[in-house]
Design a protein around this ligand. Sequence first.
Ligand SMILES: Cc1cc2nc3c(=O)[nH]c(=O)nc-3n(C[C@H](O)[C@H](O)[C@H](O)COP(=O)(O)OP(=O)(O)OC[C@H]3O[C@@H](n4cnc5c(N)ncnc54)[C@H](O)[C@@H]3O)c2cc1C
Length: 502
Amino acid sequence: METAHFSTIVIGAGSAGLTVAFGLSQLGKHVALIESDAVGGDCTNVGCVPSKTLIHEASKRNGHDPDAVAVLAVVRRKRDDLRDEETHQVAHTEHLTFIHGKARFVGPKQVQVTGDDGTTRHLTGDTMVIATGSRPALLSIDGLPTHRVLTNENLFELPYAPAHVAIVGSGPIALEMTFALRDLGSRVSIVTRDGRVFNKSPESVSATLHDSLTTRGINVYYRATPKTYDEVSHTLTIETPTGPDELEDVDYVLVTIGRTRNIDDIGLEHTGVRYDPATGIEVDSYGQTTISGIFAIGDITPTSHWTHSANVQGRRVVQRIAVPWLPVFSNEPLYPNATFSVPEVANVGLMPEQIARTYHPKLVKTLRFDLSKTDKGYTEGLQHGFVQVSALRLTGRILGATIVGPRASEMISFFTLAISKGVSLYTLFRLVYPYPTLSGAIQKVADQYVRETLPTFHKEVVDFVRYGTETLWRRLRGRTFDAPASSATEPARVHTERIGVA
Ligand SMILES: Cc1cc2nc3c(=O)[nH]c(=O)nc-3n(C[C@H](O)[C@H](O)[C@H](O)COP(=O)(O)OP(=O)(O)OC[C@H]3O[C@@H](n4cnc5c(N)ncnc54)[C@H](O)[C@@H]3O)c2cc1C
């Protein structure tokens, strides 16, 4: 059998794989890009693009007279157009050979590709990049027929809005789809085994989202699990802390309980690469696996869960392969995240529970300012939203930030830059903000920090040395602090005054 040789073989044409394939081929490297399904991977086909289009299109209807059929058709058209464009691009990029088929390692630098018609071919590469992504984790519910199960892989194929969707899970995908389906006119119930929605964010985020959900008539069943489904009556029975409960007229169950990495059938055992089926392929911060010349990026790795992280990892691999003499940094980049719920939620840096385990509680100040108390929020009649920042005492070094509100996903970059570059709350205090803007809340947080720090500067110095030393001492001994009950990690004060014009 003939074996073709390439400079780099990329497996998977999703966000991660495309970044490397385009990046290297534009630098003149001969690249083979292998994809078993559609170009664009999850993001273009069944993830970010259709979900954000649905959110946007459905919100325009805002529950009034939703033409769900038309909205869903727009979602598919926009998704298809983008996929066609990306497919055209891979087919017409110089030095890039696109191969449709399923790749499986047969040696560390050799793959066998099986085409749709069953034919196989072998390819070898100087370097290999694994970017096979992830798929939805599934759940079995007694009596639930497969045609009533939705995941992100078939949700956007619905021809019309479901009558009543039970969404299992309460992470970002669950929340985004809850609000979008509600806007589309569906009744939505959330069934989550957690005690609060979006439990990786601060509690204040969960509380805000809970309010927003219930205001829209969305029932949330906490600490609950789905048990059985009755196909005759369309009843989903769930187990709750107070006993069984019945959700009636459920026509679909959307499962959003996590992701499973596409690791199992790609022949990793022939590579020597170290991996854990639960967390993915072990890599350094430049995607290098434990075997030289084999890289892994995107959802298949433990550190990436988003398109922007897949993209950054891809760019780092391009650098590592194409310009190996450029210096590399051992640290992971700082990844912000954004959830396009109502309101939007964006986080960057350490979250309160991580801070509570890493730092002495008296070394950190957490401050929050409600967006509705800014003049911009007031003029817009905002009901929800806030900026919350955790920073070290005395130095003002920002450890983590959360923004909840309109365009939080845009505003969070402010803090991504601040944390990455060590910009302190003193600098944000001196910055001039246009008036009136929601980012005025950032200034308010910085104002408050300075107001609480400068008048008692001596005490701040003493406490910083005392609690900083204790923190350092624990860290040197590899010990963490006991994370307090989560409410204790919430901000000490919630400020309610309105930003003045002065
Ligand atoms: C509903 C939803 C909404 C999302 N929204 C956002 C968002 O708003 N912002 C954000 O940043 N992220 C979002 N994400 C996450 C984002 O989609 C993923 O993190 C990203 O797509 C991962 O890219 P990847 O290249 O690692 O994997 P994928 O996009 O999954 O690509 C992997 C590709 O590899 C192919 N493949 C697998 N095995 C083989 C094989 N053996 N041979 C050949 N090809 C193979 C697959 O077919 C696939 O095309 C969302 C995800 C979902 C599910």
